[in-house]
Design a binder for this molecule. Sequence first.
Ligand SMILES: [Fe+2]
Ligand SMILES: [Fe+2]
Length: 230
Amino acid sequence: MEFKQNNTLGQIVSKFPRAADVFHDYNIDYCCGGHRTLSDVSKEQSLNVKEVIDALHKHYHSSTSSSTDWEKAPYLDLINQILQAHHAYLNQNLPMISEQVKTILRVHGQNHPELMKVYQLFHRLKTDMDMHLIKEETIQYPAIEKYLETNKLEDLENAIQVIDELEEEHEDVGGILKSLRSITDGFNAPDDACQTFISTYENLEILEKNTFTHIHLENNILFPRVKKEI
Ligand SMILES: [Fe+2]
Ligand SMILES: [Fe+2]
């Protein structure tokens, strides 16, 4: 596989999902910003595009696990992947991280006023995500499944209708994650942090990574595939 400057980030992660690790290292947003090319994003973030491409090639050649091509996989497999790897992860971890964020605010908030902002941002994300998952699970995915059963145009239109709104919500969540990364200095706990503080920041970084992949699967693969059906 050959990576080129004019490939979009979404295309690259669709063909090679583990490119997400490289983009994560370079702090490149490939989910909401997945329509941008490697060359655009390198200019925007003052990165050396050749170095990023080399890192992608290196990662590709060292990668032995074969990954599913979600652009070609059956819809139901793709939706199940999103539910199992991302929705289930969020339902399980958001309440736990919420408790951690509350604890570190109580214990370290006086010496680390940034934790007030972390608390606010995280809970905005949690509230938005809880509602977003319900919307997808009760409206969007069932609409796609109904269209697969009936093949009727009106069912397809119902499945497409909600996409703009979901994409806007993804954009908001992406913005909150960017703010969280910046206020926590890239999820780096300070020198005086206790184990819970360190673990909270680690969990926030895992949340960021999981959410980027989640939004990528929807914005760059699932939604465009549904739109193309028309
Ligand atoms: Fe989702
Ligand atoms: Fe979503």
